[in-house]
Ligand binder design. Structure first.
Ligand code: ZN
Ligand code: ZN
Length: 340
């Protein structure tokens, strides 16, 4: 850090696919904003939307990262709820527009013109970040910044998807994929009181899945996952976290009547479904996207009380290009986190 000469270090996307370490001038937060001293930033698969230049209207250079954990170090005009020194985090939801139909109906997470850190504004791969105060979530004292970072996106995504699915304690809930999202999904499903099934390819993840809280493990290479779920009585919900649409469609056959396939894993290939399976049994396929600041705060508090811990590989800020590449090649076990 070079506070003395009013600069800070950041990782910028200079052109699509290129990340570079740069020095920038420290700015003051505007009205309604705060400046964070970033302590940790998660590397998320959705960062690719910015890094690979795919996001419509993306402007470069841009600092990626939407899992930002740190401390408030400066406060803009009109911010009254937050204090300098407070530990806070910001996720994908960086502030709603307030004017679109979703916002007018109070559904901020589906805002049609949202602020997204690391995409529409500079994000967390940096020693400093300026964010909207209304997007802040308070971080409990006994969660470290490294542990908080992945909970701000991957955590709230799986937590919210499960808690909003109208499930009841004891319901059979399967989590497909034991990766960045799934290893958290299994923990949340277990802690929320569901009979938890982990579905992954191969035997190697079984031991870990059981340690995270899975009561059953299905190796989708050795057996048909849908049939295996039906042998357990059928799932009330399946949280699909794999980055593959192709792998999700056949899971529909593993649901009970009125069961839900909840999609949180982002992939570009389509989901193919059997219409009889969808219709006969009135099953549902639904997408879920992160949560608002208060949802994040709930996810952090729940994780702290119920001992939900992300498994992280923590590296220094300047290692961001390697960390991003490792995450993109599916090599991370399970979340890459930059520590400032
Ligand atoms: Zn994310
Ligand atoms: Zn809006």
């Amino acid at each position: 850090m070079n506070d003395s000469n009013n600069t800070y270090r950041a990782i910028e996307i200079t052109s699509p696919g290129k990340l570079a370490l740069v020095t920038r001038k420290i700015r003051e937060p505007g009205a309604g904003q705060v400046r964070l001293k970033v302590e940790a930033a998660g590397v998320c698969h959705s960062d690719a939307a910015a890094v690979e230049g795919q996001w419509p209207g993306l402007q470069l250079p841009r600092v990626p990262g939407h899992e930002i954990a740190g401390r408030i170090e400066a406060i803009g005009e009109g911010v009254t709820k937050w204090k300098v020194g407070q530990r806070v985090g910001v996720g994908w939801y960086g502030g709603e527009c307030g004017e679109c139909e979703s916002c007018r109906r109070g559904d901020f997470v589906t805002c049609q013109n949202p602020i997204i850190p690391g995409i529409t504004t500079d994000g967390g791969y940096a020693e400093k970040a300026i964010v909207e105060a209304r997007a802040l979530a308070s971080i409990p004292d006994d969660i470290t910044a490294e542990d908080a970072a992945p909970l701000l996106c991957a955590g709230v995504t799986t937590y919210n998807a499960l808690r909003n699915a109208k499930l009841r304690a004891g319901d059979l809930v399967a989590v497909q994929g034991i990766g960045g999202l799934g290893h958290l999904g299994v923990q949340f499903a277990n802690r929320m009181g569901f009979t938890t099934v982990a579905i992954a390819r191969g035997k190697d993840k079984e031991e870990l899945a059981r340690k995270l809280g899975a009561h059953h493990y299905i190796d989708s290479v050795a057996e048909d996952a849908a049939q295996a779920l039906q042998k357990l009585g059928g799932a009330n919900a399946i949280l699909a976290t794999a980055a593959s649409g192709k792998s999700m469609g056949p899971l529909l056959g593993g649901l009970k009547a009125r069961g839900k396939l909840i999609v949180v894993g982002a992939a570009m290939d389509p989901i193919e479904v059997s219409l009889p399976q969808l219709l006969f049994g009135s099953r549902t396929i639904q997408g879920e996207l992160v949560g608002t600041a208060i949802d994040i705060e709930d996810a952090l508090n729940f994780s702290q009380r119920q001992h939900v811990h992300p498994m992280n590989e923590v590296v220094a800020l300047e290692q961001a290009p390697a960390a991003y590449a490792k995450m993109m090649s599916n090599g991370a076990r399970f979340r890459m986190v930059l520590k400032m």
